[in-house]
Design a protein around this ligand. Structure first.
Ligand code: DGL
Length: 278
């Protein structure tokens, strides 16, 4: 019997934190990952541009015979998820909803902090999702754009990282949040410093972990989960030369990166997704 794989995409290397959790949760599944390294970052771009990029990537991955699509990028999940869902019949899982669900369940004081890129924070996608679950929860947000280059540079536990985290997060801590959502693919790498600055009373919600749980759950419910005796294969596509992706990606994924190919999304550019039905 041939099993379909899981498609997953991000603006670049960051989504490997989500892939890592998915591989941990369902190691038997094949995955195909696309990192849009030629056009990263998405976090500073307009919703219209991010939607266009996401549509092209979804069309590319839909051609790879996938049974589920994960939008690992928080920015793309925030602005493009609903648009993508209109075009495909397979489940499409973003990272916002799973993180929001967890945060709403975890808070005791009813004050939740959310950090992410400018695009994610401006969209208010997390705040809306949390309030849909529990309108009583107060959501405080902060864009933390410098965390992205710090994570890619591997500067996750030094004075620069610490000082940056204080600048971004002191206000949220002082405002009394008891739960903080790491609403960006890169932030799990900075978990140590973020936890240190927020203090032991604040619980961190890792959207990548919650998304992996959701993926496993959907496949189980649908009956499309591969038997546990299987061993998944992992393929990677990037839109720029692979060297930088491999170098940084090995750190994000934990040294298991192989089989990386450069692709062009040119042929998906004009058509978008209108005719695609994966
Ligand atoms: N992957 C993006 C996100 O999770 C961060 C990097 C970018 O700005 O593209 O929002």
């Amino acid at each position: 019997m041939s099993w379909k794989g899981i498609g997953i995409f991000d603006s670049g290397v960051g989504g490997l934190t989500v892939l890592k959790e998915i591989i941990g949760a369902v190691p038997q599944e094949d995955t195909v990952y696309l990192g849009d390294t030629a056009r990263v970052p998405y976090g500073t771009k307009s919703p219209a541009t991010v939607i266009r990029y996401a549509e092209e990537i979804a069309a590319f991955l839909a051609k790879r015979d996938i049974k589920l699509l994960v939008v690992a990028c928080n920015t793309a999940s925030a602005v493009a998820l609903e648009e993508l869902k209109k075009h495909y019949s397979i489940p499409i899982v973003g990272v916002i909803e799973p993180g929001a669900r967890r945060a709403a369940a975890m808070t005791r004081t009813g004050k939740v902090g959310v950090i992410g890129t400018e695009g994610t924070i401006k969209s208010s996608a997390y705040a809306k999702a949390i309030k849909r679950i529990n309108p009583e929860v107060e959501v405080l947000t902060r864009a933390c754009p410098l965390f992205v280059p710090l994570a890619e540079e591997g500067w996750v536990d030094n004075d620069v990282a610490r000082m940056t985290a204080h600048t971004y997060l002191d206000g949220l801590r002082e405002a009394g949040v008891d739960t903080l959502v790491l609403g960006c693919t890169h932030y799990p790498l900075l978990k140590g410093v973020i936890a240190e600055v927020m203090g032991p009373a604040v619980k961190l919600v890792d959207s990548a972990e919650e998304t992996a749980r959701t993926v496993a759950e959907i496949l189980r419910i649908q009956g499309t989960l591969r038997p546990e005796s299987e061993h998944g294969n992992h393929h990677y596509f990037v839109t720029d030369v692979p060297a930088g992706f491999i170098r940084v990606g090995n750190r994000f994924l934990g040294g298991r990166l192989g089989d990386v190919h450069q692709v062009s999304l040119e042929e998906y550019r004009a058509t978008g997704t209108a005719d695609e039905q994966a």
